[in-house]
Design a protein around this ligand. Structure first.
Ligand SMILES: Cc1cc2nc3c(=O)[nH]c(=O)nc-3n(C[C@H](O)[C@H](O)[C@H](O)COP(=O)(O)OP(=O)(O)OC[C@H]3O[C@@H](n4cnc5c(N)ncnc54)[C@H](O)[C@@H]3O)c2cc1C
Length: 438
């Protein structure tokens, strides 16, 4: 693709705060051989290559750089499910929702469920090691990768891992490419582990008096049981969602907790009781429970709407930090303190059950002071997560957005090791320059 209008649609992902350059060309590869041809040529002429799945990334990993080739996987869409081994072999351009549907046709389930599951590709999910709502119980994308085919910078296609459910031959090189954000190679095929479908969920919604009470309840819940979903919304988010969807949410609540159990039957009822007890014990004003999956989904829609709802408040910087669960209360208090210190509005939602929070810093793009304050808040939140021994990104990736903070988290030795791996695999540094490594 070279037509400027069409090319423009391949320039950007969904991130804020990283600029996009102008690509030379976009290539819609249809096969591994096409990807090999692109990389061989790019390597020879030292042309940067930005691999693109569906462009829903939030860290700037699929932002074009000037003069690059955007290598799109959107036309690589085959899928084959093997019910006997409960595996699926997929090409990277398939959307997450399509992988789920293919598994479902065989009575199976592919668990990882980023909120973007309808608009993100499975290749992008693997390349960012995407998380989601059910990770608290079922883990992240990487937990379901059994193997892959990947094309290296010089055009060599290698197969790593495979459909065997146990395999410890050699280094686990497939894991190196999970979360590598297009910096080490282009993933052209993935073998995924599938599982049995869970029972229909029971859902609980609790209005908590304060954020602190909600965080304390989360720790009691995770000590007692393992819900299949455990999410938190702070008051600013509750108001934003209620203004957007008019759902009659409790606007006086300090925070809202949402939990699900997919154990089914009496086991789910018991798990819901444990969760309700933890909420009540921490001062919940209201606890609502339902075993009707459709009603539960309605409450989840409030959580799913949180990002579009906060986008209506102004321009936003979206954070994605994580801490070990015992530090969740400190993280949540620290974010509130940063909001007060910088005079910014911060709306926080969290995959609370795995300590991964998304504070959304709202600002007025027309006001340079407001933008500067938001940038300061963004930076302070990252430093807070690092100071708590946590991570600058729980699921969205480093991309181009967070490279300045990576060394602070990893330390200089781990950073040097990262550089050595990058140079060993991509000596001409054509693959996604500026991502992960500055
Ligand atoms: C509304 C919304 C909600 C979101 N919710 C979540 C969430 O809950 N959890 C979560 O983890 N993320 C979430 N995201 C972020 C995003 O959807 C994920 O990061 C997703 O995995 C990106 O997939 P993609 O196909 O859009 O990848 P892209 O944005 O196209 O690319 C992402 C990165 O992967 C690289 N890449 C893509 N395909 C390949 C490949 N085949 N080989 C090598 N590298 C490749 C790119 O170079 C880039 O660095 C959300 C985004 C939006 C817009």
């Amino acid at each position: 693709v070279t037509e400027p209008d069409v090319l423009a649609t391949y320039r950007m992902d969904q991130s804020q705060g990283t600029g996009a350059g102008m690509p030379l060309v976009a290539v819609r590869a249809e096969s591994t051989r096409h990807v090999q041809a692109v990389l061989r040529t790019a390597n020879r002429f030292r042309v940067p290559v930005v691999t693109r799945g569906a462009g829903s990334g939030l860290a700037g990993g699929a932002m074009a750089v000037d003069g690059c080739i955007v290598l799109s996987t959107e036309r690589m869409r085959s899928v084959h499910v093997d019910p006997a081994s409960r595996t699926a072999v997929v090409q990277p351009g398939l959307l997450n929702v399509e992988v789920k549907a293919a598994a479902e046709r065989h009575g199976l389930w592919y668990p990882p469920d980023p909120s973007s599951y309808e608009i993100s590709s499975i290749g992008g999910n693997v390349a960012t090691n995407a998380g989601g709502l059910c990770c608290v119980k079922y883990g992240v994308t990487g937990n379901y990768v059994l193997g892959m085919e990947v094309v290296l910078a010089d055009g060599t296609a290698v197969r790593l891992g495979g459909p065997t459910l146990k395999n410890v031959a050699g280094l686990q090189l497939d894991k190196l490419f999970v979360g590598s954000e297009g910096c080490l190679g282009v993933i052209t095929e993935i073998t995924l582990r599938l599982v049995a479908r869970p029972e229909a969920p029971h859902t609980l919604v609790a209005s908590m008096p304060t954020l602190e009470a909600a965080a304390a309840a989360v720790l009691e819940i995770t000590a007692a049981c393992r819900p299949s979903l455990l999410e938190l919304m702070d008051r600013t988010t509750i108001h934003a969602v209620d203004d957007y969807l008019h759902m009659g949410l409790d606007r006086d609540a300090g925070a809202m907790l949402l939990a699900q159990s997919d154990l089914g039957g009496s086991a789910a009822v018991r798990e819901m009781e444990q969760i309700a007890d933890a909420c009540a014990g921490n001062g919940a004003k209201d606890v609502f429970r339902t075993d009707d999956a459709a009603e539960g989904e309605l409450f989840l829609s409030a959580r799913r709407a949180s990002l579009p709802a906060t986008h209506r408040l102004g321009s936003v910087y979206l954070e994605d930090i994580g801490v070990a669960l015992p530090d969740l209360p400190k993280l949540i208090n620290g974010i509130s303190a940063i909001g007060a210190q910088t005079g910014t509005t911060i709306a926080t939602v969290a995959h609370a059950g795995d300590g991964n929070a998304h504070p959304v810093v709202v600002y007025d793009a027309a006001d340079p002071e407001s933008e500067a304050a938001a940038r300061r808040a963004f930076s302070l939140i990252l430093e807070l997560a690092i100071s708590l021994g946590g991570t600058i990104t729980g699921e969205h990736g480093v991309g181009r957005l967070k490279t300045p903070w990576l060394e602070q988290q990893l330390g200089s030795d781990a950073m040097a090791l990262t550089r050595r791996i990058k140079l060993a695999l991509d000596p001409e540094q054509i693959l996604n320059p500026g991502v992960i490594l500055p």
